[in-house]
Design a protein around this ligand. Sequence first.
Ligand code: SF4
Length: 346
Amino acid sequence: MRAMRWDNLTGDGEAAAPALFSTDAVVSRTFDTPEFRGITFHEIRARSIVNRVPGASRMPFEWTVNPYRGCTHACVYCFARKTHSYLDLDTGLDFDTQVVVKVNAAELLRRELAAPRWRGEHIAMGTNVDCYQRAEGRYQLMPGILGALVERANPFSILTKGTLILRDLELLRRAARVTDVGVSVSVGFTDSTLWRTVEPGTPSPERRLDAVRTLSGHGVPCGVLMAPVIPFLGDSPEQLRATVRAIAEAGATSVTPLVLHLRPGAREWFTAWLTRHHPRLLKRYDALYDGGSYAPKWYQRRITGMVHDLAAEYGIGPYEPGTHRAVPDPAPDPTDSPGPAQLSLL
Ligand code: SF4
């Protein structure tokens, strides 16, 4: 077994004081099926599951549940990559292929929701890594998690790129009858060539939009986080129009654009990808990001304005607070330095 350091496994990735788990507490498995080839799952029994977000005042949610760490969707730009370094794993290939599974997530959640100190606040899921990534097909943690939330009529939101969410459609419908449920699917672009290289483990944008259509058609209103908008590769007026039109046709209740962030952890992996696939863009990226994590405000405003105009033209709205709480501020302040427990541009 690889030596790993198990820090704060309840959290969204905020590094806590190191606490080594006994390797006896971790069961590592591989599965010899095509979809899981080359991937190792580290099954652990977490100590707690409801996580308070550090610096929640900057985020539209305060509490999260994340049953996995690492993500086989393998998006090159994913800014949850950094969180793998707290386990002494690398933020590149290890993030895609070494997945921590909190196998007792549902049991813990049931217990924590029943605790007298719990006030029934909103819980956001999919805020660090995707709770409907492929591993969920095997481990099936989300039905238990949703069941626990439904039992307590606890409000929640889910942000995902995983069409596997449709497996839990009935549970989501039941939840929506008893509490406030927000579902957002992430689709940053519809260009299939770009998708294959930059989001290689995800369902295609078309399939994700089909999921939006199905959810909305079955009484689970669904917004789209249009993220990330990738400079020079997915930001032309034609591309933005095609994406917003497809989102509107899928029946999304809202669309919220978010420009690519390049924080440490994601930045190195993305730059290596850019060097392999689009070397001519390196200088333009250097100029736009200027060594930082965010595109400049003028660029973010331009993209946000264009998307909102297109959304109005196609009859869909922007993010409305309280409706799709998994969705972050569409134009984060580049002078902010948010902690790692942030949305991973799902
Ligand atoms: S961006 Fe989301 S779906 Fe993609 S690898 Fe990260 S957590 Fe997974």
